[in-house]
Design a binder for this molecule. Structure first.
Ligand code: 13P
Length: 293
């Protein structure tokens, strides 16, 4: 069931759990995440970066694929199709293409410009029934070629953006996309408390969900992080499972190997199963299992 993300995140925030946002890259990824969300009776957010959408053939291809899989696989849990780190133009295209949720990442603009563009997109998104996430303060790491340090957002800027009517807010608290360096200082929970106080209880979004110690994730959820974005973790387990399959000689096309393990449906299966296991593990940690009943 394709829905916007407003209600699922409000319920998560009120119930002190978080909804997983899992980035998708292709049909296998999408299928794996949808099937696991259904098996666990958990609401889920499918995140799509502009780069991933381009890879898949454009926003319209993504919408058509997700809608058809949702229906074809008989998915009953709430699913939001969400643009991740969107540009202003990308947000407009996703609204047009039938996404149910967008993130406008105006964090690299001067603050006044971020405010103005966010305000405009809130009006357009809400008009069409979409939910919208905004961002204050860059999230560290590299996403689609853009690199930033692990910044901490200013609570006053968060308050101002939240007051525009945004549905959920990504606020940097030292989190970083991709793998965390060995000398990473951890999430700044005191900053999170200040941001949550300043924003009057709006659901907050934790980007860079790969590699944060479990106890720290739980602490962040307790203090208002209601959407947790995970990408690298699924990529890593998919790659490792595929490497192991090939290393075991299962894709070997020689005539002695009768299994035809090079058939893509067999070759990609261990990776898909690994993504499902990772999604389940994250849903358990985030506390979203059974919340779609
Ligand atoms: P990771 O790749 O670190 O899991 O972060 C994903 C993310 O925040 C997508 O917006």
């Amino acid at each position: 069931m394709l829905v916007n993300a407003t209600r699922m995140l409000k319920e998560a925030h009120d119930g002190h759990y978080a909804i997983g946002h899992f980035n998708i890259n292709n049909l296998e990824w999408t299928k794996a995440i949808l099937l696991e969300a259904e098996a666990q009776k958990s609401p889920v957010i499918l995140g799509v970066s502009e780069g991933a959408a381009k890879y898949m053939g454009g926003f319209k291809v993504v919408t058509a694929m997700v809608k058809a899989l949702d229906e074809g696989l008989g998915i009953t849990v709430p699913v939001a199709l969400h643009l991740d780190h969107g540009t202003y133009e990308g947000c407009l295209k996703c609204i047009e293409a039938g996404f149910t949720s967008i993130m406008f990442d105006g964090s690299h603009f001067p603050f006044e410009e971020n405010i103005a563009k966010t305000k405009e997109l809130i009006r357009i998104a809400h008009d069409k029934g979409l939910s919208i996430e905004a961002e204050v303060g860059a999230i560290g790491g590299t996403e689609d070629g853009v690199t930033a340090d692990g910044e901490v957002a200013d609570p006053e800027e968060c308050r101002l953006i939240a007051s525009l009517g945004v549905d959920f807010l990504a606020a940097g608290i030292g989190n970083i996309h991709g793998l965390y360096p060995a000398d990473w200082k951890g999430l700044n929970i005191d900053a999170l408390k200040r941001i949550q106080d300043a924003t009057g209880g709006i659901p907050l979004v934790l980007h860079g969900g790969t590699g944060i110690p479990d106890a720290m994730v739980k602490d962040a959820i307790h203090h208002g992080m209601s959407k947790i974005n995970v990408n690298t973790d699924c990529q890593l387990v998919f790659a490792q499972a595929t490497i192991d399959y090939c290393a075991a000689g299962k894709a070997d096309p020689t005539s002695e190997n009768k299994s035809k393990g090079y058939d893509p449906r067999k070759l990609l299966k261990p990776g898909v199963e690994a993504i499902r296991a990772k999604v389940k593990e994250k849903m358990e940690l985030f506390g979203s299992i059974g919340k779609a009943c």
